[in-house]
Ligand binder design. Structure first.
Ligand SMILES: [Zn+2]
Length: 176
């Protein structure tokens, strides 16, 4: 395990992870080569430390999936390089797949922008695509606990000063 940016919080590159010692954070998990041509990076957005923290609830996972899958693709810098955004079955985080030009810092900044734009959620109408036409289970969502989970993850990725610089100081000021 080596750090991409030693001064940043919980951003490391790791291809061989022992989940017993894995902290919440943002990790470059693997790089896949598709058709011997395209390289795809798989990012591990680990919201909860496996075994040490309770996993996310199903409503939180589903809500975050809808919002991130939509809003990350609108990001000016990395949006067009996103392949997929998927929840982990163990409910401790999400996988973001991108093309090879996306760096950890780009992902971190994009997450801060989505947070600033979308959170905290006020009601189900803030959750894009949550309807019977676009979703397999639109009744499955959570508002307050998703707000708490997202704020907690932002605190994992940003110090209080860094959060303030990005206009998301509320993740430290208000504790859900
Ligand atoms: Zn859905």
């Amino acid at each position: 395990m080596y750090k991409i940016k030693a001064m940043k919080k919980n951003i490391v590159s790791s291809f061989d992870v022992d989940h017993r010692t894995l902290d919440a954070g943002l990790y470059l998990r693997s790089v896949y080569t598709i058709n011997e041509e395209y390289q795809v990076r798989s990012w591990d957005l680990r919201f909860r430390a496996p075994m040490a923290h309770a996993p996310l609830g199903s409503g939180e996972v589903h809500t975050i999936e809808h919002l991130m899958a939509y809003y990350l693709r609108l990001d000016e810098k990395i949006g067009s390089s996103i392949v997929s955004f998927c929840p982990m079955g163990c409910k401790t985080g999400f996988y973001l797949s991108t093309m090879q030009n996306v760096e950890a810092e780009d992902v971190r900044e994009a997450l801060a922008k989505v947070y600033k734009q979308v959170f905290p959620l006020k009601s189900a109408s803030d959750i894009v695509g949550l309807n019977e036409i676009q979703c397999g289970n639109p009744g499955l969502y959570a508002i307050d606990s998703t707000n708490a989970a997202m704020a907690e993850y932002m605190r994992t990725l940003f110090t209080a000063d860094e959060a303030a610089e990005r206009g998301i100081a509320s993740v430290y000021e208000k504790w859900w």
